[in-house]
Design a binder for this molecule. Structure first.
Ligand code: APR
Length: 315
């Protein structure tokens, strides 16, 4: 088994720090490179005292991004700015789009063979941005670019187990589509052994789609989900690392390029392998309600992907 080299880009943030900590605790990781524009020497020094094998190095500032990413197998990206008072969604889009574009350019240059795991929002647009930059650089491999939608899956598992009174550790909900609001499509009709009243079905679907708002509200608007997102990011990274090492039948939902629908990127269950995406699974049978939700989500997913592609093309 090969030991992995992982970089976290945006490692000093609300998501980046707990994510880096969870990765430090993974004994299969040999090198953990923490990149940010602030504070990474401190975060790295702190984590480096935890007795696990990963050698943690902090890289601070734009001049060090190439050194941070070079030679990495997996690059996880929770960099960005959260929405601040007075900032419109478009302001936020433009800032995060620019950050993701810069990271993609550096990745294409010094880590063209790495797997990229994008957390920076809006994922429905930032993943297409990353792809477009890699395409321009001639290094794009659709099997190695992922939007991390695991937070939607873990929320679905938690909420469904709570509703059904079942063991949360045995609950596996498939969540497809995108990573924002009504583009998030939990396939509750496929949950084995579960039965929902029509009211519960609607309420659960809404709660999974807008679970992020619960956190924003509970944090008095001062931030969004960080700890649960860090766990989700860790969980997906760990699964990918297992698959890269050669473990068979590793399946996880992720936002990847595929032809399941008219949308260029669409979250679906994916078998992961040594080269990244090995197989994108069909969606299976959908209820009438799920089919309708899918049809409503597709124009949004297409528009959000187009917005990302145009951001790169017009830059
Ligand atoms: N390169 C690297 N890191 C950057 C850059 C950049 N160009 N610009 C900002 N960062 C860093 C910030 O310095 C900060 O440490 O990204 C980190 C973001 O952390 P927070 O502001 O705490 O935001 P967080 O809540 O972690 O969310 C980050 O993930 O889920 C998404 O919507 C969320 O887009 C947001 C991102």
């Amino acid at each position: 088994a090969t030991a992995a080299r992982v970089a976290v880009v945006g490692a000093s943030g609300g998501i980046g720090q707990p994510l880096s900590m969870l990765l430090k605790l993974d004994p299969s990781i040999k090198e953990l490179n923490l990149y940010d524009i602030v504070h990474t020497p401190g975060v790295a020094a702190d984590l480096s005292h935890i007795p696990f094998p990963a050698k943690v190095t902090g890289y601070k500032g734009a001049d060090s991004i190439h050194a941070a990413l070079e030679g990495c197998d997996v690059i996880v990206v929770p960099a960005g700015v959260p929405r601040k008072p007075g900032m419109t969604r478009d302001d936020l889009f433009n800032i995060n789009a620019g950050i993701v574009k810069t990271i993609a350019e550096a990745s294409a240059k010094v880590a063209p063979k790495a797997c990229y795991l994008i957390i920076s929002n809006p994922v429905n647009s930032t993943v297409p941005i990353f792809a477009e930059v890699l395409k321009k650089a001639g290094t794009y491999n659709p099997k190695k670019l992922f939007g991390v939608t695991t937070l939607d899956v873990i929320r679905a598992n938690t909420f469904v187990a709570e509703n059904q009174g079942t063991d949360v550790l045995q609950t596996n909900v498939t969540v497809v589509g995108g990573h924002a609001g009504t583009t998030i499509l939990p396939l509750l009709s496929q949950v084995k052994g579960a039965s929902f009243t029509p009211d519960a079905l609607a309420a659960l679907t809404h709660r999974i789609q807008f679970g992020g708002d619960e956190v924003v509200k509970a944090k008095d608007g001062a931030g969004s989900a960080t700890l649960s997102m860090a766990y989700a990011g860790y969980l997906f990274t760990a699964k990918l690392l297992q698959a890269l090492k050669g473990e068979k039948d590793v399946v996880a939902c992720a936002f990847v390029e595929n032809t399941l629908t008219a949308a260029p990127f669409f979250a679906a269950p994916v078998t992961l392998g040594k080269e990244g995406v090995e197989k994108v699974h069909a969606l299976g049978s959908l209820s009438a309600m799920e089919q309708e939700a899918l049809e409503k989500a597709l124009p949004d997913l297409l528009a959000q992907a187009k917005k990302g592609v145009e951001f790169v093309q017009n830059a």
